[in-house]
Ligand binder design. Structure first.
Ligand SMILES: Nc1ncnc2c1ncn2[C@@H]1O[C@H](COP(=O)(O)OP(=O)(O)OP(=O)(O)O)[C@@H](O)[C@H]1O
Ligand SMILES: O=c1ccn([C@@H]2O[C@H](COP(=O)(O)OP(=O)(O)O)[C@@H](O)[C@H]2O)c(=O)[nH]1
Ligand SMILES: [Mg+2]
Length: 189
């Protein structure tokens, strides 16, 4: 037991922190300061009530996993009017705002945080045009929907927007900073 734990772990105040985790943090810091890709970019993806009702949750998650992004937060919830008015504050003056809120509160949502290089922009591409009639086949909206008022999924549209939305929908403690085995040299845990 000792030989297995001790070479891999260091003490930091009260807790034991895996050395590998410290190393990975240092590598991320180096990448950031060197201008190399930020592999820790995060975005908020929400499967809207029509996506949940139509049992599309698995297929949508599959697309993000298959693309190579990492799931760091996931919950199912009934959205409140308050959270939605904050989430869609830029749309409050739009004529469709009230129907949008009715739609978004009509059933449970599955809200997720995905992480990876360029995840905000790539997710927007994967999700497709806001109006499914204009969305390319192969995108979530282009494959699963036909009308803008039932477009299955939400994806943050900028890195700053994603940060705000993640703070709105999740508490920091509910986001898991887990190490992906494909980013470490061995599968030894
Ligand atoms: N003309 C419209 N009629 C009905 N609903 C609309 C219309 N335009 C937008 N919506 C709804 O409002 C949502 C938010 O619009 P927005 O312009 O932010 O599109 P989006 O960024 O592609 O979508 P989301 O923010 O949900 O990812 C749309 O996803 C859609 O559900
Ligand atoms: O004419 C419109 C435009 C948008 N929406 C809804 O409002 C959401 C948010 O709009 P946004 O412009 O942010 O588009 P998105 O980011 O969802 O592509 C969309 O997803 C739609 O659900 C709508 O119902 N009618
Ligand atoms: Mg939007």
């Amino acid at each position: 037991w000792k030989t297995r734990i001790s070479p891999d772990r260091v003490h930091s105040s009260q807790t034991l922190i895996p050395k590998r985790k410290l190393c990975i943090s240092a590598v991320y810091e180096l990448l950031r300061s060197s201008g190399l890709p930020d592999v820790r970019e995060r975005t908020l993806i929400a499967i809207k009530p029509d996506g949940v009702q139509r049992r599309l949750v698995g297929q949508i998650i599959h697309r993000f996993e298959q693309r190579g992004f990492k799931l760091v937060g996931l919950k199912m919830l009934q959205a409140s009017q308050d959270v939605l008015s904050e989430h869609y504050c830029d749309l409050r003056t739009k004529p469709f705002y009230n129907s949008l809120v009715r739609y978004m509160t009509s059933g449970p949502l599955v809200v997720m945080v995905w992480e990876g290089h360029n995840v905000v922009q790539t997710s927007r591409t994967m999700v497709g045009n806001t109006n499914p009639a204009e969305a390319q086949a192969g995108t979530v909206r282009g494959d699963f929907s036909i009308h803008v008022s039932r477009n299955v999924v939400h994806a943050s549209d900028s890195v700053e927007g994603a940060q705000k939305e993640i703070q709105l929908w999740f508490q920091t403690k509910d986001l898991l900073d887990w190490d992906s085995w494909d980013q470490t040299s061995t599968g030894d845990v």
